[in-house]
Design a protein around this ligand. Sequence first.
Ligand SMILES: [Ca+2]
Ligand SMILES: [Ca+2]
Ligand SMILES: [Zn+2]
Length: 249
Amino acid sequence: MNAKTNTMLAIMASILILSVTANAMLIPLNEIAKENSQAPGNSNAIDEDWNIQRHDFIHYARPSGPGKNPKTACYVLIGAKWPTLSVNYVINPANPQSLSESFITSTLSSSAEKWDNATSKELFNNSYQVDYNTQPGVRDSKNTLGFGNYGDNNVIAVTSLWVSNTGAIVEADVLFNTLYTWGDASIDPSLMDLDNIGTHELGHTVGMGDVYNSACLSVTMFGYSGTGDIEKRTLESADITGLRKIYGN
Ligand SMILES: [Ca+2]
Ligand SMILES: [Ca+2]
Ligand SMILES: [Zn+2]
């Protein structure tokens, strides 16, 4: 093995080891950052932390480069997918806001099945596990959806994706930031809507990226949200088109 090969292997190994938050993956690239600057003001990024220093990672994880879809398409593909379906996941309903287990599990499983229903593939296992001990953001071979204090109130939720150097998603976790008060915003618009954000984040877990084009405000994968927003609960045609590019009709 020559020195160059060793260097390549070292790079690949570091890619496999790094836990990459989806926001880092989804974000930009200067081009998308530029679009973002035109996004509506006074709205909160769902899952972006502009200071994360792992933006370049996406170049390594995405062999074919970022330019797969026209800007007008209202969908963005990460360039990674689950090699084997269906995806099993775990819900940790523990939260400091007195949300019931049944509300959380019924909401999030419904969010997952919306993506599932948009393709003939069985994307997410219809049944899920409930585990009060597993935490999101940890590489532990469990795809965990749960709550936690992210420590930055500009971040509503974070999807962590672990992606192999061949573009295979090997694990995905979603953390809902408890700096926001969660619930059903169709009943109380002062709340952050769990279905709304859950549907968006679950889109990341199957390979969908954030959309920042202000002409695409209504799509589920639009990268900004806020309290009272329920627009992302329903998939728009662009969300479905993107998903089908990855997993077929
Ligand atoms: Ca299913
Ligand atoms: Ca995990
Ligand atoms: Zn997002």
